[in-house]
Every structure is written in C-alpha cells, then in structure tokens.
Design a protein around this ligand. Structure first.
Ligand SMILES: Nc1ncnc2c1ncn2[C@@H]1O[C@H](COP(=O)(O)OP(=O)(O)OP(=O)(O)O)[C@@H](O)[C@H]1O
Ligand SMILES: [Mg+2]
Length: 249
C-alpha cells in the first residue's frame, strides 16, 4: 500500500448493459480506473464504444449492473439518487455531450442554478457566475437564452455551469463536439487553464488535438480500456491500472 491520498475516482470492474428495443448493448464491460487528484485524463474511442455510458456511471447518472465506484475513497455503491444528487452538486461538475442547458432559463440563471441549489447565497452565486462568464469570453451574454447562442457559446455556458461550484472533479463529454477548430482551441485553452490550477478532469473526446492537452489518454474500445498512456512521461503513482504505456520523446 502506498500512503498517497485516495484517488479522486476509483472504479473496479464496472459493467453496464443497455436493454433497449434492439439487442442488448454491452456498453461497459468491466472497467478498472483510478484518477488521481489533479490529473487530466482524456478518454478517446470510436462512436458507440461506451464512452458516454462510462462517464454517466462515473457521475452516478446511471448505475452499474455490477462493479464498484469510490469518490475520494468513499464507496458510492449504496448511494441513493438523492445522495448522488448532493454529491454531484458538491464534488462533480458535468458537461454533457449535448449540453443540457435549461432552454427557458437565461445564461446567467443556467450558470447560477447549481450554486443556488448547493445553498450558496444569491450574491455569491452571481459573483461566481460573473467571473466564470468573463473568463470564458461570455460577458454580455448573461441575459441571452441558450437558443440564441452559437454551439460554441452554449458549450462554454455548460462548462461554466459545471465549474460554478468549484467541483473537485470535472467530467466532460465531448465538450468540443460540435465546434470548429477555433472553438475547440478555446475549450482546450480553458480546460488547460483549469488543469494548471489543480482541477481534476476526465474528458471524453473524439478529437486528437483536445486529447493532446491531457496528461493521460485512455483508449476506449468496445466497452473496455484498450490502452492507458501517460503522455508526459510521469507515471501516475498508485493508479493500479495495468498496461500503462509511457510515451517519452
Ligand atoms: N439508453 C440506451 N439504451 C440502449 N442502448 C444504449 C443507450 N445508451 C447507449 N446505448 C448503446 O450503448 C453503446 C455505447 O453507447 P455510448 O453512448 O456510451 O457510446 P459513445 O462511445 O459515447 O459513442 P459516441 O462517441 O457516439 O458518443 C452503443 O451501442 C449505444 O447504442
Ligand atoms: Mg458519447
């Protein structure tokens, strides 16, 4: 046993099968994963590989069929939906693949909502919102409705909303999914800035450029981790992942 602190996130043998109209989809087929504090992990892989399903499991938005998940060393297996909602407000910021902004709330209200739900005073929520929107280049858009924004602007609002409670962990699913290269660069710059401040990030992306901003890249294929590579040559201590490949140049 090492005496390093518990990983922010630890998953053991996570399995999730979707039962829809068609044949069952074995989206996640046994995933072991540890993410240390301050790590920036990119998860890449083909469409349908199970990346979004994995992220939903990590954020408690879906429950695994089997396997276990720990947040900051605390086992979440017995968490109720209500408990998960509280933990998400406090500990996890999530950017969904398709934004999920509340369409009939203004940009300002979308960003402030999670802070208000977490019990922050309206004055403080407003101050946080102003700071984040300024940092994301969205000053002046506060009163706009999501439908009046470009895809890239909506994406940045979603990011602001995910970060407003200063969550120790940010889970982001294709945060540059529909963006052009300028928008992708903006998101990349932003994530890098938060990462440099110590933000732990797990990012799902198809985009190799975006993945290159991370310090660890996991290739997800057919519901499993096919490869787990540390890009900066510093192996993550105590991650326990097998087959860690170090890319040094
Ligand atoms: N709610 C659902 N009901 C039934 N099947 C689902 C559901 N959600 C996902 N699936 C199936 O599970 C598999 C994994 O889907 P998932 O959305 O996790 O993939 P992904 O890697 O995020 O893909 P993409 O890159 O296209 O976003 C796919 O075969 C998909 O069709
Ligand atoms: Mg997806």
């Amino acid at each position: 046993m090492s005496d390093s602190p518990a990983p922010v996130l630890r998953a053991e043998r996570l399995v999730r099968t979707h039962h829809g109209e068609g044949a069952p989809a074995h989206a996640v087929r046994g995933v072991d994963l540890r993410v240390r504090r301050g790590e920036f992990v990119a998860i890449t892989g083909p469409s349908g590989a199970g990346k979004s399903t994995l992220l939903h499991l990590l954020g408690g938005l879906q429950r695994p069929d089997s396997g276990s998940l720990w947040l900051d060393g605390e086992c979440t297996d017995a968490y109720s939906e209500a408990r998960w909602a509280v933990e998400r407000r406090k500990r996890i910021g999530i950017v969904f693949q398709f934004f999920n902004l509340v369409s009939n709330l203004s940009v300002a209200d979308n960003v402030e909502l999670p802070a208000l739900l977490a019990g922050v005073s309206p004055r403080h929520a407003r101050a946080e919102r102003e700071e984040l929107l300024a940092e994301l280049g969205l000053t002046g858009k506060e009163r706009s409705m999501p439908g009046e924004l470009s895809g890239g602007e909506q994406q940045r609002v979603a990011l602001a909303r995910a970060l407003v409670n200063h969550p120790p962990l940010l889970l982001a699913d294709e945060p540059a999914g529909s963006l052009d290269s300028k928008g992708t660069r903006e998101v990349m710059r932003l994530l890098t800035r938060f990462h440099l401040r110590g933000q732990t990030i797990v990012l799902v992306t198809h985009d190799a450029r975006l993945a290159s901003a991370a310090d660890r890249v996991i290739s997800f294929f057919d519901g499993r981790i096919a490869d787990d590579a540390v890009l900066d040559g510093v192996p993550p201590r105590g991650t326990g992942t097998s087959g860690v490949l170090e890319l040094r140049d």
